[in-house]
Design a protein around this ligand. Structure first.
Ligand code: 5GP
Ligand code: MG
Ligand code: MG
Length: 187
C-alpha cells in the first residue's frame, strides 16, 4: 500500500530538501567553528528524525546527538497549546552550545518550552534549526539568548503538511518529500 495517493500536492521534493539541508549545514558549520567542544544537536522526537539525520551528515563539525520529546498535539492537526516534556535528554548540556532541531515551528509554543528548558539546564547557547516555519500561525514569540540563532529551511504556507518526518496520526513520516494531506484523510 502506498500513501502517495493521500497527498494533494507536493511542496518540497527530495532534491529541493537535500539542497536546502546542505545550505543550512554550511551556515551552521560556519557559525559554530571553531568550537572548543562538540556542538550538541538535540532532535525533537519524533518529527525531526529524518531532518536531523540529513543535517548531521552534512555538518562539518564534531557533534553529539540526543533527543527530547514534547507532547502537545495528540493525533489531531491543532495544537493543544500547552506542551510538556515527556522524555528528557540523556546528555548534560550545561556549558554547551546546543542546536534544537525541529521539524516545524507552528504556534511556537513547543519550541518556546524547549528553549526555556535547555536554558534552565545551563546551555551556553541555544539555537533553533527548524526545517519548516509557519510564521503566519505564531502565537508565542519565543526569544533566543544573545548567541542563539534561528535557522529555518523553508517558510511553510498555512497547510497541514506531512512527510520528511512529519506525521498525521503517526503515518506519512517516511515520505521522502513534504506534501499537503488531502482533507478527507484527516477529517
Ligand atoms: P507548535 O507548538 O509550534 O504549535 O507546533 C509544534 C509541533 O506541532 C511541531 O513540532 C510539529 O510536530 C507539529 N506540527 C505543526 N504544524 C504541523 C503540520 O503542518 N504538520 C504536521 N505533521 N505537524 C505539525
Ligand atoms: Mg515537532
Ligand atoms: Mg505530530
Amino acid at each position: 500500500m502506498s500513501l502517495d495517493s493521500h497527498i494533494e500536492s507536493v511542496l518540497w521534493t527530495p532534491d529541493q530538501i537535500a539542497a536546502r539541508v546542505s545550505e543550512l549545514a554550511a551556515q551552521i558549520s560556519a557559525d559554530h567553528s571553531p568550537l572548543s567542544e562538540p556542538l550538541v544537536l538535540v532532535g525533537v522526537a519524533t518529527g525531526a528524525f529524518l531532518f536531523l539525520a540529513d543535517l548531521a551528515r552534512s555538518l562539518r563539525l564534531p557533534v553529539t546527538v540526543d533527543f527530547i520529546r514534547a507532547e502537545s498535539y495528540g493525533s489531531g492537526t491543532v495544537s493543544s497549546g500547552s506542551p510538556r516534556i515527556s522524555s528528557d535528554l540523556k546528555l548534560d548540556v550545561s556549558g554547551r552550545h546546543v542546536v534544537l532541531v525541529e521539524d516545524i515551528v507552528d504556534s511556537g509554543s513547543t519550541i518556546a518550552c524547549l528553549i526555556a528548558h535547555l536554558e534552565a539546564k545551563g546551555a551556553s547557547s541555544v539555537s533553533v534549526c527548524a526545517f519548516l516555519d509557519k510564521p503566519s500561525r505564531r502565537k508565542v514569540h519565543f526569544q533566543l539568548l544573545s548567541k542563539g540563532k534561528f535557522y529555518r529551511g523553508f517558510e511553510c504556507p498555512d497547510y497541514f503538511v506531512v512527510g520528511y518526518g512529519m506525521d498525521f496520526a503517526e503515518l506519512y513520516r517516511n515520505l521522502p518529500y513534504v506534501g499537503v494531506l488531502k482533507p478527507e484523510h484527516y477529517k
